[in-house]
Design a protein around this ligand. Structure first.
Ligand SMILES: [Zn+2]
Length: 623
């Protein structure tokens, strides 16, 4: 399989992905303290060194074999990266006395292994600063593997992040976190065996590590573009890029090294405007504008302190760097055009009356972008990004009233299958479709069979085969993972959520408003219709003086007012350490962690009694 027009003769990415290799981790496996494997790069590298397989799109095979290269690499003297030890990269910038760590991976265990690998080659340098480029967990979760919280608390090590980092880092995991985690299992292929007929990688990185996610809140906020900091003699010039690939994100120049860190806004893949696991839709218009601003600000203009101007290398927290002043500008321009083109063309076609599903079939990237490997959709795709832009501007409804009040999937499926002559007849027809290569249609009709009759053995088996073939044909790593995960669940049953979902470290940083929000989205409305409760919550650890909220529960709605006046039947004093236990409805554990109650305790029991937590094992590919 594969597009014969792809420029396989262009081997620059292989040169760049291997450039500066100092040492690899051998074996490429990271274990936790109990000996459980949390990262296994060798399980990919062992087969991806080969020539390819009929069951993997040739372009995805190429990308995966690049991404699976692991080790400590020199970017330029003084800047090093460990790549291939997690979904993301960690970067080390050497200062006067120690080393500044940028984006310490997703897990404490992988970050610790990366730090050890760095130190084994570059000496036992102390960490003198930490930078989080943005609010996604694969860029901060390993922080406790590189620095001691006590050193941060004592002011010895600054932790630098873009404004809004903490709120966004937590928010994405709090509200729809259970559903996102379940779907992330599909997207990253966590339950798939690794190999040419299973997981080959997610395009951005191979997969997510499965160790301990930690968080140390930032101590220094970057609040404006042009802001400068010098840490351990390392001067940095920042550019804020909020509402791009993440809601809180930033780029920065290291003028002394003529190196630009572009966070995750320009990588060697077309990225997501809306990730398949689900999230708020991103803004590709802003995203493109920040890349324009980065080109203008860093690659052309004079350095404000009179130092060297320009950029000789751009690096990101995924994939390999791009070297050479001209290559850097070309790379950033193409990446900018990539996001801007999808945005602008989608909006143009929206205004001609086309809908998201239609535009997704219409938008073709310009030739220069199709020739650029880094603009290919290994993680995002033009198809789902276009639908995301449509969603951002227009929402779920396409304007056609015949589609305004459609039956939900199981109801529609039952009716379709009956109209089409029953499940057996549909399966026969779908089999012929599949044999003729129309896998896409076969999947669409077999979905109706499975949703109408989930126990229809032939229907399930055929849908699994069809999804598998669709996966084998995908250039996109996350599409492949989704198809193969669906096939696996149809054959072997629901695999639930294979990865860790909520880290205690993240829950412990919940601001009170978000904690109370997290409770309110768990209230089972109908069960709470008859309740009328008023509670005062005291959060002694919120700020220097603590804070208090009055909540009411009426009509199934939990409403919180900071400092709110009025009668209550119960006052709850809730130290930070007890918040996770309360959110999980575990009152005894909460008491053990310092929860205290003053008043009618039944009130809290009534509230906890109507909390209805999410289901990490909900069905996806069947009703
Ligand atoms: Zn990332």
């Amino acid at each position: 399989m594969g597009d014969p027009g792809l420029p396989f003769e262009d081997r620059q990415d292989f040169a760049d992905a291997e450039r500066g290799l100092i040492a690899a981790l051998d074996p490429g496996v990271v274990e936790d303290d109990h000996g459980a494997v949390v990262w296994d790069n060798d399980s990919y590298a062992s087969f991806l060194r080969g020539d390819g397989a009929d069951s993997v799109h040739r372009s995805l095979w190429r990308q995966s074999s690049l991404v699976t290269r692991q080790g400590l690499f020199e970017v330029v003297p003084g800047i090093y990266q460990v790549r291939g030890l997690d979904l993301s990269n960690v970067t080390f910038v050497e200062g006067d006395t120690g080393v500044v760590v940028i984006d310490p991976l997703l897990s404490v265990e992988t970050a610790r292994a990366a730090m050890k690998l760095y130190r084994s080659q570059r000496g036992d340098r102390a960490v003198t600063g930490v930078i989080y480029t943005h609010s996604h967990a694969d860029h901060f979760g390993g922080v406790k593997g590189v620095v001691d919280e006590a050193d941060v608390d004592a002011g010895r090590v600054p932790v630098i992040a873009p404004q809004g980092f903490l709120e966004h880092a937590i928010a994405e995991n709090v509200y729809a976190g259970t559903a996102m985690a379940r779907r992330a299992g599909y997207m990253y292929g966590a339950a798939l065996p690794r190999g040419p007929r299973g997981g080959v990688g997610a395009g951005l990185g191979q997969t997510t590590s499965t160790g301990t996610v930690s968080l140390i809140p930032p101590t220094v906020d970057i609040t404006r573009t042009g802001q400068e900091l010098t840490v351990d003699g390392v001067r940095m010039v920042f550019q804020l890029a909020p509402n791009s690939e993440a809601p809180a994100e930033m780029h920065f120049l290291l003028p002394a090294r003529r190196a630009l860190c572009i966070a995750e806004n320009a990588t060697h893949t077309l990225h997501n405007v809306l990730t398949l696991r689900g999230a708020l839709v991103r803004d590709p218009r802003s995203w493109a504008r920040y890349l324009t601003e980065a080109i203008e600000m860093f690659t052309a203009g004079a350095d404000s302190a009179g130092g060297a101007s320009g950029v000789d290398v751009v690096f990101a927290s995924h994939h390999w760097p791009t070297w050479g002043a001209d290559n850097v500008v070309e790379f950033l321009r193409l990446q900018r055009d990539l996001y801007a083109y999808q945005h602008d063309q989608t909006v143009r076609l929206i205004n001609k009356g086309w809908t998201g599903a239609e535009i997704a079939e219409m938008v073709e990237l310009p030739p220069a972008l199709r020739r650029a490997w880094h603009a290919h959709g290994y993680y995002g795709s033009v198809s789902h990004n276009v639908k995301a832009v449509y969603q951002r501007y227009m929402g779920w409804y396409d304007g056609n009233p015949a589609r305004l009040w459609q039956h939900p999937p199981a109801e529609a499926a039952r009716r379709y299958v009956e109209f089409m002559g029953g499940a057996d007849a549909v399966v026969d027809k779908a089999r012929r479709c599949g044999d003729e290569g129309d896998l896409r249609w076969a999947a669409q009709v077999l979905d109706h069979v499975v949703f109408a009759e989930p126990d229809h053995k032939e229907g399930r088996a055929l849908l699994a085969d069809v999804l598998e073939q669709l996966g084998f044909g995908c250039e996109n790593g996350t599409w492949r993972n989704c198809y193969l995960s669906g096939a696996q669940e149809l054959r072997d049953g629901n695999f639930g959520t294979p990865t860790v979902t909520s880290a205690p470290d993240l829950l412990a940083q919940l601001p009170p408003e978000m904690f109370l929000d997290a409770l309110s989205v768990q209230v089972n409305g109908p069960e709470a219709w008859h309740l009328d409760l008023a509670i005062r919550w005291v959060f002694p650890d919120d700020g220097p003086d603590g804070s208090s909220f009055r909540t009411t529960l009426t009509n199934g709605v939990l409403t919180a007012v900071r400092g709110g006046a009025g009668d209550v039947s119960l006052t709850i004093t809730l130290p930070r350490a007890a918040m996770a236990a309360v959110a999980a409805g575990r009152l005894d554990a909460a008491r053990g962690a310092g929860l205290s109650l003053d008043g009618d305790e039944r009130t809290l029991r009534q509230l906890l009694g109507v909390l209805d937590p999410g289901d990490p094992g909900f069905n996806i590919v069947e009703p």
